[in-house]
Write a protein that binds this ligand. Structure first.
Ligand code: ATP
Ligand code: MG
Length: 237
């Protein structure tokens, strides 16, 4: 359903160019959960940003459900991010002046949806924050803020969640709650693409894709799924 076809990203001009992604191709099926790993600077965030339309590619194409999305204009990209694709950042990116409920309500208001308050409240209950509706981000712990961010990412019923080191700033227990939540969403059919440095985090997803110097060098199935725990041969390895 998500097809990344020969995507390259080159930053800068002249002598100072950086090839952040080098001819990356990846097919992600509906309901997949994939961890993206690789050394710092290998292009993980760049790949996620291009899929989510936060950054433009230099070459290649990205298709979602048969439609090309890499060449959409800003308005269409914004609607895409309020609809089918949602983003969860390491640094939550909540609006500090709004309380938890209002933060989750925002994407519904922007997309012109109805019954916003009920939906936002339901979503916050799902992430275990029924007692924190009126708290502003500054009054919440890191894990709670991330749960608000996930509730916000899910409230419009996206088909894909892109998460860039969503547990990067958390202790293990809190990180585990966030990963459980993502796994639960995945069981309900949401596709998850998750960037992480942590092999234990990667083990919670079904597959891991390894990037090095902007190229996919390996794609493996998780040990948690022993029935198919074998390396998948990767073209261009
Ligand atoms: N806006 C930019 N301008 C120029 N170069 C950039 C820009 N953004 C990223 N890069 C470069 O592109 C390469 C890939 O960066 P990216 O952020 O995707 O790495 P990453 O794998 O997410 O690393 P990390 O694990 O440290 O987050 C790096 O060499 C980086 O310096
Ligand atoms: Mg990164």
């Amino acid at each position: 359903m998500l097809e990344i076809m020969g995507v390259s990203k080159i930053y800068g001009k002249g002598q100072a160019t950086v090839v952040a992604l080098d001819d990356v191709s990846l097919t992600v099926n509906r309901g997949d959960s994939i961890a993206i790993m690789g050394p710092s600077g290998s292009g993980k965030s760049t790949l996620l940003n291009i899929i989510g339309g936060l950054d433009r590619l230099s070459r290649g194409e990205v298709h979602l459900e048969g439609e090309r999305i890499d060449d959409l204009d800003e308005n269409d990209l914004v609607s895409l991010r309020r609809g089918k694709i949602s983003y969860v950042f390491q640094q939550y990116h909540l609006l500090p002046s709004l309380n938890a409920l209002e933060n989750v309500l925002l994407p519904i208001i922007f997309s012109g949806g109805a019954d916003g308050r009920d939906k936002a409240a339901d979503m916050l209950r799902r992430v275990g924050l029924e007692k924190r509706f009126k708290h502003k981000p500054g009054e919440l712990s890191g894990g709670e803020q991330q749960r608000v961010a996930i509730a916000r990412a899910l409230v419009n019923g996206p088909s894909i969640i892109l998460a860039d080191e969503p547990t990067g700033n958390m202790d293990q227990k809190t990180g585990r709650q966030i990963l459980d939540l993502l796994a639960e969403m995945n069981r309900e059919g949401v596709t998850i693409l998750l960037v992480t440095h942590d092999p234990e985090v990667a083990a919670t997803t079904r597959e891991t894709v390894f990037l090095r110097d902007g190229k996919i060098v390996e794609r493996t199935l998780s040990r948690k799924h022993p029935e198919d725990a074998r390396a998948i041969e990767c073209p261009g390895k």
